[in-house]
Design a protein around this ligand. Structure first.
Ligand code: ZN
Length: 308
């Protein structure tokens, strides 16, 4: 009880991500919804679904259609999108995203863009993040931007009193968020969506170390070609095994890290990391050597550390 009161107090004074969300993020959702792309959330889920991705060779050539408006649904198989070609280098690179389409403008004009450097977060009394991730069948998709694993609706996380359902998770190499200016080898993003379209994405850094058991079956099956999908129905994935030991998180209000860069994301990044073997990291890097958007300015955003 008491803690809750403190949280509210801090929320009011420190501008916690929730508070920021209720203002800007919701406005953004509305804007996106009005822009004729269907709900912002969907767009959002889709885009991040695609993970910021390095316009890798595979992706670049697969079909000239990697865009910010990924598949009709985050769970979508390959991607079928029309729209400008974007990537991580050259003419379609991050510094040009905003110019590629009217729909991508916020990539350049937004003030709550992601990723960011997470150094020196402000300690705050935040509610614990306790994802409820169930074992489930899954489908592995090479969407031309990243390797994405779609899961059926069963797992969720509660954030700010609202439930967000886990749609998919995907990987970045190197990590998108940085700490003290440094990127880690990889980052995995668990994309959760609420009924109102808002997103909560949980980010976990991956460093070289022991082989990660849950990555083994995924890596063994991941399609090498963009557009490839592998459905796994006879074997369940143990999502909870992805969580780091220490559940301390850094939280802030941000955006998709891919076009259209909608500012509809509650970002929750774990301070602790998980490990994958060097071989596992290299296996992914072979497909996607660089699929991370550079860090964006924080501007006046609060970046809070859950210090419990
Ligand atoms: Zn991502």
């Amino acid at each position: 009880m008491q803690r809750r009161r403190v949280v509210r107090y801090l929320g009011a004074t420190l501008l916690c991500p929730l508070c920021l969300r209720s203002g800007t993020a919701l406005a953004e959702e509305k804007r996106a919804a009005d822009s004729g792309h269907g709900e912002a959330g969907k767009e959002a889920a889709k885009a991040d679904a695609h993970g910021a991705d390095g316009e890798t060779k595979a992706a670049g050539k697969a079909e000239g259609e990697k865009t910010g408006k990924p598949a009709p649904d985050a769970k979508g198989a390959g991607d079928k999108h029309e729209g400008p070609h974007w990537g991580y280098e050259g003419e379609g690179g991050p510094e040009h995203w905003a110019e590629l389409s009217e729909d991508f403008r916020i990539c350049g004009t937004g003030r709550e863009q992601s990723p960011i450097d997470l150094s020196e977060p402000t300690p705050a009394l935040l509610k614990d993040i306790a994802p409820v991730w169930k074992k489930s069948p899954y489908a592995i998709v090479n969407n031309g931007h990243t390797i994405q694993v779609n899961v059926p609706p069963a797992s969720f996380v509660n954030y700010g009193g609202k439930d967000y359902q886990l749609l998919q998770f995907h990987f970045h190499h190197p990590s998108e968020h940085t700490v003290d200016g440094k990127a880690h080898e990889m980052e995995v993003h668990f994309v959760h969506k609420a009924e109102d379209g808002g997103l909560t994405v949980l980010g976990i850094f991956i460093k070289p170390g022991a082989e990660h058991p849950v990555l083994v079956p995924i890596w063994a099956r991941m399609p090498e070609e963009a557009g490839g999908t592998v459905k796994v129905e006879d074997e369940f994935i143990e999502l909870a095994k992805f969580l780091p030991r220490n559940m301390t998180t850094v939280q802030y209000a941000g955006s998709l890290t891919t076009p259209p860069c909608g500012e509809v994301v509650n970002w929750v990044v774990f301070r602790d990391h998980i490990e994958a073997s060097k071989t596992q990291i290299e296996q992914f890097a072979k497909l996607y050597p660089m699929n991370a958007r550079p860090v964006q300015p924080r501007f006046r955003r609060a970046v809070l550390l859950d210090f419990f």
